[in-house]
Design a protein around this ligand. Structure first.
Ligand code: CU
Length: 510
């Protein structure tokens, strides 16, 4: 295992390339962050936990991850007990090359069972990390080795799929970057992971009866998430991104939270070069448009640093936490211009179904499909609070999408929930988005594994059943998933070697 650049990189902000060799200024900044006040909010029960460290970048033949607890200093006031991979939130960044055989040895030092799911990555089914479906959860003290080949390049992430609504909420995630074989070098390559936190996590689990049921799901009210973060830090605690005039900058935006966030890059034209790791055809430069990033989605954007000063990448909206989700873009030695925050400014949102250049992709709306499935996403009142349904059922009673290897599959996804957004995520495959609300996609072929479906929206997507196994297809608002909104793509010609441990009652596919 080889560690790269560790001393100079803070919290998942990764800088590569020649331009980042000026380490002294970054180091100086790290030191000031390390001296943050600690006395304010540490709770007695969690005082013995170590402070979360900076996110490290790991590559090499064998990558070692340890899941363990820590205390995360989110801003100068709030410190929260978290779950981590390798002591940081986000966890260690795994950075490999296309074609590499990736071997990850995961040790569980947490007090409960965990897994890793490789979100968006087409791994073999037995490496997919879904407890009760592809493997038993890894118990405290145990070690498990994941192995797969890095077949496709791009930006991905990984997270626990065991009690994931809780464990991912506590920070148990990291990023997986697969560099293409023939990489066009950028000068700066930063990864920014978005998330939301509750400054008082205990209140988030209170009984929500009597409160606004539209906003609550199984006892979780989205308003409880009152702190928004980038790389585990909020507001002025977020480390600025350094650039130099003339540099080409890539930002890899990853949403590890349960809410969509609209981001605005100030002062620069940018291109969306990829989403969910998949490149877009001829992306056009855009400016002052909001990029809506839903749970589980990734967007890679690029811009040329051609406007010296200090600028913001900031979240737009009016939630309590909105204000904290912003990061400065600082031109080295040229920070004379100071940018203004404007989180409530009314700007258009990029429509990905018209973005980039149209060409016929692998699938069309009118071709013949072997399997067609309609997914009606709904909300209902259950015995213990809100339930989230697919065709009126909750997992494991939802009807699976039964396929056999080689089938072409078309899925219509309709959100009939009156208020709730459902970012739907398919494991093990990419799908092509063919239409939105009956209108065919007229931009670049849009290949994704996570698709945000707003109330009233209808999408048609298609994929080839080319990765045999049993694969989850679920909402990535993980509160919705744990309250039922999960189904499976099941290969009828796949015989799994895995038999769930009958004594393990924690294995529930989530
Ligand atoms: Cu949902």
């Amino acid at each position: 295992m080889k560690k790269l650049l560790l001393g100079t990189v803070l919290a998942g902000v990764v800088a590569i390339g020649a331009a980042c060799s000026n380490n002294s200024s970054m180091q100086g900044h790290d030191m000031s962050n390390m001296n943050m006040k600690e006395e304010n909010t540490a709770q007695d029960s969690s005082k013995k936990l170590p402070l979360a460290t900076n996110t490290e970048v790991l590559s090499g033949k064998e990558i070692n991850l340890t899941a363990k607890e820590a205390l995360l200093q989110i801003n100068d006031k709030v410190k929260l007990p978290v779950y981590t991979y390798n002591g940081s939130v986000p966890g260690a960044q795994i950075r490999v090359k296309q074609g590499d055989n990736v071997k990850i040895v995961l040790k569980n030092e947490l007090p409960e069972p965990i897994t890793i799911h490789w979100h968006g990555y087409p791994v073999p089914n037995d490496q997919d990390g879904v407890p009760g479906v592809t493997m038993d959860a890894i118990k405290p003290g145990e070690t498990f080795t994941y192995e797969f080949t890095a077949t496709v390049p791009g930006t991905y992430f990984y997270h626990s799929h065991q009690k994931s609504a809780e464990q991912v909420d506590k920070g148990l995630y990291g990023t997986l970057i697969v560099e293409p074989k023939n990489e066009e070098k950028v000068d700066r390559d930063y990864t920014l992971v978005l998330d939301e936190w509750m400054s008082n996590p205990d209140e988030g689990n209170m009984d929500m009866s009597g409160m606004d049921q539209h906003m609550s799901s199984m006892g979780h009210d989205m308003n409880m998430y009152d702190i928004f973060t980038i790389n585990g830090k909020s507001g002025s605690a977020v480390k600025p991104l350094k650039v130099k005039k003339g540099e080409k900058v890539r930002l890899r935006l990853v949403n590890a939270g349960y809410m969509a966030h609209k981001l605005h890059l100030h002062g620069h034209e940018f291109k969306i070069v990829a989403t969910d790791g998949q490149p877009l055809k001829d992306p056009q430069p855009i400016k002052d448009e909001l990029l809506n990033i839903a749970p589980g989605e990734r967007y890679d954007i690029e811009f040329i640093a051609n406007n010296p000063g200090e600028w913001l990448l900031e979240c737009h909206g009016d939630m309590e936490g909105t204000d904290g989700m912003k990061v400065k873009i600082q031109y080295e030695d040229q920070t004379n211009n100071t940018d203004k925050e404007n989180a409530k400014e009314n700007l258009p949102v990029v429509d990905m179904t018209t973005y980039g250049k149209y060409e016929v992709g692998s699938f069309t709306l009118d071709q013949k499909y072997d399997v067609e499935y309609t997914m009606d996403l709904g909300t209902a009142m259950g015995k213990n609070g809100m339930i989230f349904t697919i065709n009126g059922k909750t997992y494991p009673d939802t009807a699976p999408i039964n396929v056999k290897t080689g089938d072409l599959v078309k899925v219509k996804i309709v959100n009939n929930s009156p208020m709730d957004v459902h970012p739907m995520h398919l494991h093990g495959h990419f799908f092509q988005v063919l239409s939105k609300n009956g209108k065919p996609v007229t931009g670049s072929p849009l290949i994704k594994d996570s698709l945000n479906v707003n109330p009233g929206e209808e999408y048609v997507v298609a994929f080839k059943a080319d990765n045999p196994g049993n694969w989850m297809f679920h909402c990535h608002d993980l509160h919705h998933a744990s309250a039922g909104m999960v189904t499976e793509v099941k290969y009828t010609d796949y015989k799994s070697d895995y038999t769930p441990d009958p004594n393990d009652t924690t294995n529930k596919g989530e």
